[in-house]
Design a protein. Sequence first.
Length: 214
Amino acid sequence: MYIFQPDRFLLKKQIKNVSHYVGGSVLDVGAGGNDRYSGLFKYDKYVKMDVQKGDNVDVVGSAENIPFPEESFDSVVCTQVFEHLARPQICAGEIHRVLRRDGYAVVTVPQMNELHEEPHDFFRYTKFGLEQMFSDVGFRIVECNQRGGFFTTIAQMKIRYCIDKFHLYDHKAVGRLYNIFANVIGQMAIWLDAVDKSDANHKHAIGWCVVLKK
């Protein structure tokens, strides 16, 4: 069952907008149990790595100790993983290590999310923290794109609260009805963020998508 959430809607759109950086041999670090984004890219080979075994996983390995030699991949994708890493700087260095020269990495992170996958939920990120962390390991920042503003951040928090409070993914009939409401509220919030160009609005973000070049 699908319940509309501004974060997931904007995240997929954000990744699609930078998908042209990804190609050749691709490593998906922290691919998870579902293949959500590989269809957005054009590639020769797509390797899905995660810390746990699963139907969507090709290689089991840690993001802080990626089990591939130096310069093994043309591109690396890492979506919504860095908040779950106790030592994210090590993973940043590992991504840099396995990328070939002039290769690109696409990384997405939250700035404002509910606790999830507890107790393995350690960090939230700002644009400035991301740029500093990846610059420190040798990356050049190509793009750092904000996901959402004030209105979508508030809408996401309210929608997610209701999903968790009332266990809406467990109650499918109620969840389907709630999805109609969530879709209206979420799309309205996205429109309001598009209209409001103020600095006040842009001080708030659900998350970020950074494109890195080795």
